[in-house]
Ligand binder design. Structure first.
Ligand code: GAR
Length: 198
């Protein structure tokens, strides 16, 4: 059994998709949020999953928050850390600690559109395709070895919210598939390239 700790900041729909996938061999050991009001915390608690709110505003520095977060994660004996809409920049010490065992989902086809407002920026850039990326986390924001990507069309009458909804539906398939591949030991990282065995 692999212990998985999921980090969220808000509604946690990707967290829900992973939990509801019921991945054999995956134990959702805890859901941790950096915002006490994150809606996903209540959803997880209602399902009997251990939850923890670590309010980043109560820590004097990014390093202090990340140290507390690492302590909580390690107390769960986490094999995999899953960032699911966790909107925090992480310190290099933190990303190094979980190198090769921390995944993120980002709502763009990386390396395009790192950072915020990805859908609006894709529309403004005239992209015909948008999408989402699951990748291993490194010190550089929204970079790191790519596990899976899914693309969707950008339609002529799209706005930020219609495109976001189309991408999110793909996120909810892609992220459980990536977590499943990790749990089943099918992922091999080779530099920036990731091979996922069938
Ligand atoms: C998702 O679209 C995820 O890709 C994005 O935040 C949303 C969280 O939704 N993550 C990032 O932008 C990270 N850079 P959720 O809380 O419903 O899963």
């Amino acid at each position: 059994m692999k212990n998985i700790v999921i980090l969220i900041s808000g509604r946690g729909s990707n967290m829900q998709a992973i939990v509801e996938a019921g991945i054999p061999g995956a134990n959702i050991a805890a859901v941790i949020a950096n915002r006490p009001d994150a809606a996903g915390l209540a959803w997880a608690a209602e399902r009997g999953i251990a939850t923890l709110a670590l309010d980043h505003k109560l820590y004097g520095s990014r390093e202090a928050f990340d140290a507390a977060l690492a302590e909580a994660i390690d107390a769960c004996h986490a094999d995999l850390v899953v960032l699911a809409g966790f909107m925090r920049i992480l310190t290099p010490a933190f990303t190094e600690r979980y190198a090769g065992r921390m995944l993120n989902i980002h709502p763009s086809l990386l390396p395009a559109f790192t950072g915020l407002h990805t859908h609006q920026r894709a529309i403004e850039a005239g992209c015909k395709l948008a999408g989402c990326t699951v990748h291993f986390v490194t010190a550089e924001l929204d970079h790191g070895p790519i596990v899976f990507q899914a693309a969707v069309p950008v339609l002529d009458d799209d706005n930020e919210s219609t495109l976001a909804a189309r991408v999110l539906a793909e996120e909810h398939k892609l992220y459980p598939a990536a977590v499943r591949a990790f749990v089943e030991g099918r992922i091999v990282i080779d530099g920036l390239r990731v091979k996922v065995r069938d």
